[in-house]
Design a protein around this ligand. Structure first.
Ligand code: AMP
Length: 372
């Protein structure tokens, strides 16, 4: 199946060609046709499946089809997402896919000055990507009205619940017009989420992408048993041997992340750390440098890495093992995105060995042990 066969229009096909996407991912194949027809959608899928394009493309195409008279600059699309990192990434995707249209988008999230966001809104936009708290703030201050929304996307609904946003969402829902298309995405379906989806979706098409094994199968997973004090030495020598261009290293603590970054730099390896002690601006700069290939290696804590989406990440290294096996799967799932191959290396010291058994049980796969 090609994007053309999904009846995607010329300006978007051109933008996809720029991104060098060859074919649609499974969720795109299944979700784009009904979403283009205006149906509501319940997508059960994780990040990494290509779900952003699965909702962004049909929305852009529908807006681009609007008759000239209907093209007033008012907010027609609302995408709600739990974190600022995701909001920024979704905004970038809308920017990329709508590059050859005259649509405009804005991204709003908390924790930063609202002024630039408000200025952007005042200039007039079609598509708004937002985290719930800042959105409610700006609605209360009358900078935003949701009266003209035609398409509503609720992204990562289960994480919204985990992060305590469900109350905010319930306040926002009645502000949306009744007549609209709703696209609802969640990686898991706990009861509270399936109830929420039932209450807001109208006869939805359900698209389910089964996670788990497929991710683990695409990623080569190697295990090194190594004493704690020798981990840095192993890391430096592996990074010097490897030709990999983009490597994400996980550290359990912020302090540990800084220390690893220092050691790598001292050994001439291009590297930056990213964690919660750094300002949003500093984190964004680190990410931009990494995505553009200026920095080869970043060291992150789990929290700082949440929601980070790096296409073409070649390798993940678990310098420390996480506390729960699910986190291991999330970490390694950063590589091997959208059908590409990836490698994950795990350093395990004696006190961490128990975790390996849990991980192998969860993924149903034995890690390939490398002797050092
Ligand atoms: P998402 O699940 O939306 O976070 O997307 C995961 C990653 O896959 C992102 O880095 C996208 O840029 C990439 N991607 C999305 N669609 C495709 C596609 N059809 N072919 C290749 N890569 C894609």
């Amino acid at each position: 199946m090609t994007f053309k066969e999904l009846n995607i229009s010329e300006p978007i096909l051109k933008a996809l060609a720029n991104k060098k996407y060859k074919n649609p991912t499974p969720i795109q194949e299944k979700a784009i046709p009904p979403a283009l027809d205006g149906s509501d959608l319940l997508g059960i899928a994780q990040t990494g499946t290509g779900k952003t394009a699965a909702f962004a493309i049909p929305i852009i195409q529908q807006l681009n089809r609007l008759h000239f008279n209907e093209r007033r600059r008012e907010v027609k699309v609302l995408v709600l997402t739990p974190t600022r990192e995701l909001a920024i990434q979704i905004g970038e995707s809308f920017g990329d896919y709508s590059r050859y249209t005259d649509l405009r988008h804005a991204v709003i999230f908390g924790g930063v000055n609202q002024r630039p966001q408000v200025d952007k809104l005042k200039r007039g936009i079609d598509i708004l990507v937002a985290t719930p708290g800042r959105l409610l703030d700006l609605i209360n201050q009358k900078y935003i009205s949701l009266d003209s929304i035609r398409h509503f996307v609720l992204d990562e609904a289960d994480r919204m619940l985990d992060m305590g946003f469900i109350h905010d969402i319930k306040r926002l829902l009645p502000m949306l017009p009744k007549q609209k298309q709703t696209l609802f995405f969640s990686a898991t379906m706990p009861l509270a989420i399936s109830n929420l989806s039932r209450s807001i979706l109208n006869n939805p098409v359900i698209v389910k992408i089964i996670p788990g094994s497929s991710v683990a199968d695409r990623i080569e997973q190697h295990l090194y048993y190594v004493e704690r004090q020798k981990k840095s030495h192993l890391l430096v020598s592996l990074l010097k041997q490897e030709q990999t261009k983009s490597v994400l290293i996980f550290s359990r603590t912020k302090h540990g992340a800084d220390k690893i970054a220092r050691i790598l730099k001292r050994n001439g390896i291009d590297c930056e750390a990213i964690h919660g002690n750094k300002s949003q601006g500093a984190r964004q700069r680190v990410l931009t440098n990494f995505k553009s290939g200026r920095t080869r290696v970043i060291v992150a804590t789990d929290i700082a890495a949440r929601g980070i989406d790096i296409a073409n990440l070649e390798m993940v290294i678990n310098f420390d093992l996480p506390d729960v096996a699910e986190t291991y799967v999330h970490r390694i799932g950063r590589t091997g995105r959208a059908g590409q191959r990836g490698t994950a290396l795990t350093f395990c010291s004696q006190d961490e060995q128990m975790m390996i058994r849990n991980i192998q049980r969860l993924t149903g796969k034995k890690l390939n042990r490398i002797l050092v």
